[in-house]
Ligand binder design. Structure first.
Ligand SMILES: NC(=O)c1ccc[n+]([C@@H]2O[C@H](COP(=O)([O-])OP(=O)(O)OC[C@H]3O[C@@H](n4cnc5c(N)ncnc54)[C@H](OP(=O)(O)O)[C@@H]3O)[C@@H](O)[C@H]2O)c1
Length: 375
């Protein structure tokens, strides 16, 4: 644990992973494929000592073989089938109780009612002195203040840059790169499903047909209600508000309107006026000298944007964010995310940001691993 070898200058980081689906499995693939470059470039080696999915867990203090875990999950099996180390029906929480690692990597499904199993696992890990990196919005939307305070108290880091707009470093940009600024306004298009549907509707499809197409392409859930009713974007806005703007917002503070009532005629009318309708999550600073702490009006709504607006130019596979600030001007960023690799990579970014104080310049060719090589 946190063992650094003075001889090699190498630090071994022991991790546990909860949730081995699109995100968790790809994250392990990235660690496996980038093993050498992570060691050479950052002096870091990763050891997976525990992993859990919905059917059980596997534990090995000596380290689980990443490729074996990835293969099991690719075959639709449980990590509990891992030879000699598998524990069928062991819960993620029980697995956590039995290990002591450096970092919990949490990628279980979003649960907006209880936050479970992610919330209990994050609490338990922080209590055990582990850092937490997560792609899971649920625990943050429900308990950001509690988790952040607990992490501070225990002297560990809580990182979650994959929870807002996939692999886009939207949170890092706001938290780190706007240092010292007053953020006057945030506008974000953080939900791929609605972007895809609206793009199709702009080309004449009905809402219903566009939704079916989104589901067929795997960019909409079987139950897409959280996305199309705007709640997924609202969750992301709540995380931005808490973590970047420093306001203790909850979902109740967001005025939410989804895209279900939009018709192709609405989109065509906007287009005729030189505008593009996107589902935009917006935080606007309230201009009140009397208020000591900044306060923000939070909204999610279909919004007609001028065609030259940075978010109007995003296609249906892109997400983006624009920060309007007092001292850094207006900064926008966008990501093209055709599949969840960038979201999974955000877990690696989070871990590296915990262990690396200073970015190290890339060695030529050191990190060039193509999608083909990974998949
Ligand atoms: N997919 C994306 O593009 C994306 C992007 C950003 C953030 N996220 C977030 O990342 C998280 C994971 O998403 P995903 O797409 O990887 O989901 P997924 O493909 O549905 O995978 C979920 C994983 O969690 C496991 N799981 C379910 N219930 C569990 C439990 N009670 N205890 C332990 N493991 C449990 C599942 O086990 P089985 O393998 O046994 O089914 C599966 O391995 C979610 O919170 C999601 O919102 C996803």
């Amino acid at each position: 644990m946190n063992a650094s070898s003075p001889k090699s200058g190498r630090q071994e980081i022991e991790i546990v992973v909860i949730g081995l689906g699109n995100i968790g499995r790809r994250f392990l693939q990235i660690l496996d494929h980038k093993r050498d470059s992570l060691r050479t470039r950052y002096g870091l080696a990763f050891k997976l000592i525990g992993a859990a999915d919905s059917r059980g867990a596997a534990i090995a203090q000596a380290g689980l073989d990443l490729a074996t875990v990835v293969r099991l999950k690719r075959e639709g099996r449980s990590v509990a089938e891992y030879p000699a180390c598998g524990h069928p029906a062991m819960s993620a929480q029980r697995m956590l109780d039995q290990v002591q690692a450096d970092v919990l990597c949490e990628a279980s499904p979003v649960n907006l009612e209880s936050g479970e199993p992610g919330l209990s696992c994050m609490r338990a890990a922080i209590h055990k002195g582990m850092h937490v990196v997560t792609a899971n919005k649920g625990p943050l939307v429900l308990a950001y203040a509690e988790l952040a305070a607990l992490a501070r108290e225990k002297g560990v880091r809580l990182r979650f840059c994959g929870t807002v707009a996939g692999g886009l470093p939207a949170i890092n940009l706001g938290q780190r790169d706007l240092a010292g600024a007053t953020i006057e306004r945030i506008e974000a298009v953080p939900n791929l499903t609605t972007s895809f549907i609206l793009e199709r509707m702009t080309h004449g499809s009905t809402y219903e047909l566009a939704l079916v197409e989104a589901q067929a392409q795997g960019c909409a859930e079987a139950d897409p209600s959280l996305d199309v009713q705007g709640w997924d974007a609202a969750n992301k806005l709540v995380i931005l508000a808490n973590s970047v703007l420093g306001v203790p917002a909850t979902l109740q503070d967001v005025n939410v309107q989804g895209i279900t009532a939009l018709t192709p005629a609405d989109l065509a009318k906007a287009q005729a006026q030189g505008k593009v309708i996107k589902l935009v999550a917006t935080a606007v600073r309230r201009n009140s000298a009397a208020v000591r702490q900044d306060s923000y009006t939070l909204t999610v709504a279909p919004t007609p944007l001028p065609a030259d607006h940075p978010l109007a130019q995003l296609n249906g596979q892109q997400m983006g964010i624009v920060y309007y600030t007092d001292i850094y001007g207006t900064i926008s960023a966008a990501i093209l995310e055709k599949e969840p690799l960038p979201s999974a990579a955000a877990l690696l970014r989070d871990i590296l940001s915990i262990y690396m104080d200073t970015p190290i310049a890339p060695e030529t060719g050191a990190l060039s691993v193509s999608h083909q090589e990974l998949f």
